[in-house]
Design a protein around this ligand. Sequence first.
Ligand SMILES: N[C@@H](CCC(=O)N[C@@H](CS)C(=O)NCC(=O)O)C(=O)O
Length: 220
Amino acid sequence: MAVLELAIGNKNYSSWSMRPWLALRANDIPFVETVIPLYTGNPADKERILSFSRAGKVPVLVDGDITVWDSLAIIEYIAERYPEKKLWPDDAAARAFARSVCAEMHSGFMALRNECGMNLHRPVRAVTLSADARANVARVQQIWRECRTRYGAGGPFLFGRFGAADAMYAPVVHRFRTYAIEVTPETQAYMDTMMAMPAFQEWTRDGLAETLVIERFETV
Ligand SMILES: N[C@@H](CCC(=O)N[C@@H](CS)C(=O)NCC(=O)O)C(=O)O
């Protein structure tokens, strides 16, 4: 079996990269990681991303002669290749719910993403959020509460055990922390669970050790 290779961006900033990376690492799935600095202005860096995928974006997973680009597609691929890791819940209703909240994250929350970009270096400090971003924060908390209440009895994660939905929402944990967003006690408890994960801590440590600064992400 070929060793998986995951091409990712800077760990400090690349929220999309964090998702499949966490899904792999938290499940002890062996893979080689290739970090490509983003937005350096150096055409060679962009060429390197393009050599993995013509979409020109990371993350990209390479498994032998199979290439999967896009965070959610990669998580789906991992779930299929390692069914024993149970990235999706067994129960059909829970699975449908998990897929829906993952898709909602993947395609939404633009205001929160724009106003609170993931930036692990950033000193913890509150910002004034737009009404749309505040609505995003409320919706994320509603999703987490509903997942935990309906399907979380088997453990501390959204669907009990750690799974795809936790991986997809992991960067939001950093955003809520870094931008000092006021959250409910249940949200804080879930964030604490995520932040205590060795894989989450490893990503954070690596990101904090990076020195490359991307000016356009340092504005808030
Ligand atoms: N929807 C894509 C988004 C991927 C994406 O936007 N990646 C950014 C970094 S987080 C990127 O590769 N940017 C580099 C560039 O555009 O040159 C996914 O889920 O993987």
